[in-house]
Design a protein around this ligand. Structure first.
Ligand SMILES: C[S@@+](CC[C@H](N)C(=O)[O-])C[C@H]1O[C@@H](n2cnc3c(N)ncnc32)[C@H](O)[C@@H]1O
Length: 210
């Protein structure tokens, strides 16, 4: 089991399956979010949690943290995790950039997933996109050496933007990623978009080991 909450500082009862940091103003210790030396995977903007649950079910030996800012979605995912008795996944209700920049411990995360994030298609909104140089640096710091950042979108222009930012950042190696490269459950949005005939764009990067 993942360590239980020492106390709850939220202005509401914590949900079963929810991860509530003891302090939102310091970096977490690795053992606050995962059990011993188990690999930790983070799903930013986990939505209704289909991907998080599929992964937690498939890999009981790994720990998972979903991050989602909407309380309604956090409630749904927590309910599903509890119903399925998945003790290796929890959900943090918080903003993704804050989580990567201020809470995730250094060299702690094996894989960080960013799946179907809001594309902010209008030019004047591009600065709101989460994939920016400072975000990539926060991801790099949070990943273990050899750890991976996986980004998927149906939005080709956002995909090309992300590829450009990763190239400009220059601290990751690009790896091949096709639909059948490894087990990867479909997300809720992916299912929706594929039903509309859209295809997905995948970007897989690795933090070098030296
Ligand atoms: C388009 S949905 C994708 C959900 C899920 N990853 C999927 O593929 O089904 C984007 C999700 O990210 C959440 N989200 C958007 N911006 C966020 C942010 N800055 N911090 C945390 N969650 C965010 C939204 O509430 C929403 O649930």
């Amino acid at each position: 089991m993942i360590a239980t909450q020492p106390f709850n500082i939220l202005p509401r009862p914590a949900l079963a399956g929810e991860f509530v940091p003891a302090d939102y103003f310091r970096k977490l210790e690795r053992d606050e979010i995962c059990r011993g030396g188990r690999p930790l995977e983070v799903d930013l903007g986990c939505g209704d949690g289909a991907f998080l649950m599929g992964m937690a079910q498939e890999f009981p030996e790994r720990d998972f943290l979903g991050v989602e800012r909407l309380l309604g979605r956090v409630r749904k995912v927590c309910k599903k995790l509890t119903r399925r008795n998945l003790a290796n996944a929890r959900v943090l209700r918080l903003e993704s950039n804050y989580t990567t920049g201020w809470l995730l411990p250094a060299a702690a995360v094996s894989r960080l997933h960013l799946l179907c994030p809001d594309p902010w298609p209008k030019l004047r909104h591009h600065r709101r996109r989460i994939v920016q140089l400072d975000f990539l640096e926060a991801v790099r710091q949070a990943l273990v050496p050899g750890g991976e950042f996986l980004f998927m979108t149906d939005h080709e222009e956002y995909f090309q933007w992300a590829v450009g930012k990763v190239a400009e950042f220059g601290m990751f190696e690009r790896l091949e990623w096709t639909e059948d490269s490894f087990f990867y459950p479909k997300t809720d949005f992916q299912l929706q978009w594929e039903a509309e005939g859209k295809s997905m764009w995948r970007l897989r990067c690795r933090k070098p080991t030296d």
